[in-house]
Design a binder for this molecule. Structure first.
Ligand SMILES: *Cc1c(COP(=O)(O)O)cnc(C)c1O
Length: 374
């Protein structure tokens, strides 16, 4: 789901992503590159290629179709689908393309078994367990049934085991995380006793950066690859401070105009000029995934300085105050994310104005046309 043409341009620095991957590898032992949702808006194929050059040999996508796209791009490394199959077509495609699906439902197992048995083949899977997210995966209480099922179905071969942490980025919930890890360890032990020695992953980015005890044999690195520190604002913040941002988003200024004190700006007249001012009309609006929620609260970066959004964000435009910035003119660049100098906008700044997290900022803005800096 991408916007094909736009004034808005997303610039992705693949070197920053490589740097972040190397950093995660220094902390973890074997880091999968999490590239779901078009690599958090940074570009599935481009990011996977860059990571592969850094030695990544496993990629984690969300839905099976994302894995197919990656396979079709020529990627020959291990690909894991963290959602797993939702229908028979997904089962077929996973087996056909050598994509290892997560399975956390008996329905998924039955479907996979039926599809691959009909073809006289086998399929490798990652067993997914729910240890505290209460979202996807088998529960401990289903373990005996699962082990029994696997014994009767040699065409379904578990090679990985996985679970997901709910609170690894929050010092206040370290206990919750430890309980998840303990549950996961017990599951792994029972699987091993049943003859399933599996590569196991539990940690996400924050888990990799902070908690050695949840590293197991592999880790899944996502947000940190893209340069956002998941620990920012916590006592652990320092552990992610060397990550480098990889995405910048810029656009053009379509007009610069004078406003007289008392004049209203944009739909609904929600901002009235407090003094005579100069404003710039910036080509970015909610159709470009630059949220209307930023109305009267977001900022952009122009000539290295901050410019506040005034009034409502429109469909493809917004209006910013440039009274304090010299020589702003038609055609100049405005950064919605990144930029140069003191006024540079971090993903965390933007997420705060947007009242969301950096993950969403990247996924949404990343739908715009991208260019790559290598
Ligand atoms: C997205 C995702 C990750 C990566 O999480 P980050 O916080 O971005 O590192 C890991 N595991 C699963 C199951 C995910 O869905």
């Amino acid at each position: 789901m991408t916007i094909e043409y736009n004034v808005l341009e997303v610039e992705v620095d693949l070197n920053a992503i490589r740097h972040n991957y190397r950093l995660l590898c220094q902390k973890g032992s074997k880091v999968y590159g999490v590239v779901k949702a078009d690599a958090y808006g940074h570009g599935l194929i481009e990011v996977a290629r860059a990571l592969e050059e850094e030695g990544a040999d496993t990629f984690a996508v969300g839905i099976v179709s994302e894995g197919m796209l990656l396979r079709k791009s020529g990627c020959s490394k291990r690909i894991i689908s963290m959602l797993g199959p939702l229908n028979e077509e997904d089962c077929f495609n996973a087996a056909q393309n050598g994509i290892i699906p997560f399975v956390g439902e008996f329905e998924q197992l039955e479907m996979l078994s039926a599809v691959v048995s009909a073809q006289g083949r086998k399929v490798e899977v990652c067993l997914k367990f729910d240890t505290g997210m209460s979202r996807l995966g088998f529960n401990t209480s289903e373990l005996d049934e699962l082990i029994g099922w696997l014994r009767r179905h040699p065409e379904v071969c578990p090679v990985l085991a996985s679970s997901h942490l709910a609170t690894s980025d929050d010092p206040a919930y370290e206990g919750y995380m430890s309980e998840q890890a303990e549950t996961f360890s017990n599951i792994l032990q029972r699987l091993a006793d049943a003859g399933h020695e599996l590569e196991a992953s539990l940690a996400n980015s924050a888990g990799i950066l902070v908690h050695d005890q949840v590293h197991y044999s592999a880790q899944r690195g996502g947000i940190a690859l893209y340069g956002s520190n998941p620990l920012l604002g916590t006592a652990w913040s320092e552990l992610g401070s060397d990550l480098k941002p990889a995405m910048q988003v810029r656009t053009k200024i379509a007009s610069v105009r004078k406003l007289r004190k008392g004049q209203a700006i944009s739909y609904g007249c929600t901002y009235i000029a407090e003094k005579d001012m100069t404003v710039a009309i910036v080509c970015a609006g909610y159709a470009d995934a630059f949220s209307r929620g930023l109305s009267n609260r977001g900022q952009v970066c122009i000539h290295g300085k901050r410019a506040r959004i005034l009034g409502r964000v429109c469909m493809q435009l917004c209006i910013v105050d440039v009274s304090h910035i010299e020589n702003v003119k038609f055609g100049d660049t405005a950064y919605l994310l990144g930029g140069k100098g003191e006024g540079r906008i971090s993903a965390e700044d933007l997420a705060a104005w947007w009242q969301t997290i950096t993950y969403e900022v990247f996924c949404l803005l990343g739908m715009n046309p991208r260019t790559y800096k290598k």
